[in-house]
Structure formats: C-alpha cells, structure tokens
Design a protein around this ligand. Sequence first.
Ligand SMILES: [Zn+2]
Length: 210
Amino acid sequence: MILESFAVGPLACNCTLLADEQTREAIVIDPGDEVGRIHRRLTELDLKLKQILITHAHIDHVGGALKLKQLTGAPIFLNQNDLPLLKLMDAQAAWLGVDAPQTAPPDVSLTDGMIVGLDRVPAQVLHTPGHTQGSVCLHFAPIKLLVAGDTLFAGSIGRTDLPGGDFNQIIDSLHSRLLTLPDETRVLPGHGPATTIGEERQSNPFLQKH
Ligand SMILES: [Zn+2]
C-alpha cells in the first residue's frame, strides 16, 4: 500500500494519496490546491485515480477537486450538506484574498455509513458535522487510520465560527463518532501533524470530560 500525505496551498491543507500497489488504483483526499503536483505524483507512481474524496467544502480542501477530475476523470465525493458552502466559493476566496477556483457539484454525496476507498483498503464515512454541516471523517479500519478533515487536530479541533459551524455539534460529533474509535487509530488531520485517537483522548483540551 502507498500512503502519502503532504501540505498543499497557502493554508497548508493536508492532501492524502492512498493507493494499492498491486491494482495501481488510488484515491486522493482533499486536493485543495497544487493539482499539478498531485497529478504528477499519480503519474510518477503509475496510478489510476478512482475517487476524489472531500472532507468538507472549504476552499483549502476542495479548491483543486474539479481540476483533478478534469485531468483524471475520477468522480468527486462530497457530503451534500456542504453544497451551500460550495456555492459560496467566491466569498470564501475573498476571505483569503485569492482567486476563486472553478467548482462543480459533486458526482456522489458522501453519506454516513457509506463505504468508499480502495477494494482492499475500504473506508467508512463518518458524518461529523460541526466545523461545517457536511464535514466527514474517513475511517480506514483495516489500516487503523482516520482522515479527519478539520474536525480533529493534534491538540485542537476545527473552528466553528464560519458559516455552517456549530460548536456544540462538533463536540457531540467528536465524542459520539471519533472517541469511540480504538486508541491506536492513527489520525491524519486536515492541517498540521498526525496524532492518534488515544493521544487526543488523553490530552486534547477540547475532549476532556466536562
Ligand atoms: Zn475547514
């Protein structure tokens, strides 16, 4: 299995590439920017892109999705509750002072409980609203990996002060959906360093019993 995670764009969104060495099938999660680099990596590794998975519709996570789709033909997956945010792309770009990327509605809605990913390394979709209404995490149980988007960070959690954000909701999502995962689950957050569920359960100030 090939697993690469690297920061893209001015907000350093962690983009994740997961692939099966035998079938050469790949998925890319959160191609927020630097699509040329992502596409080059797929070509270098001789991979065929199967799915473009988006954890939520903030510009730094979804910004390159359509371009990557146009280059590879792979479908875009995004939870439908983030469609209003997708339509706010011009406003999102203005907040950052960058040009708005072209976007298109997703090909498939990432709904709770859905199985996506690779045949030999599937992921279950966990709908974890709070950072945005359509935020999801992807749980790859066979490799004990959670791709968390902006729901959970090492030592912190996603902000809830942007449109569609709700603090009580993200806390509920974290407790009911993420803290129920095994401690040894490795977490790749949407920004910053990797962590584990156990580490965050123990020391994340937002996840302590109250
Ligand atoms: Zn975000």
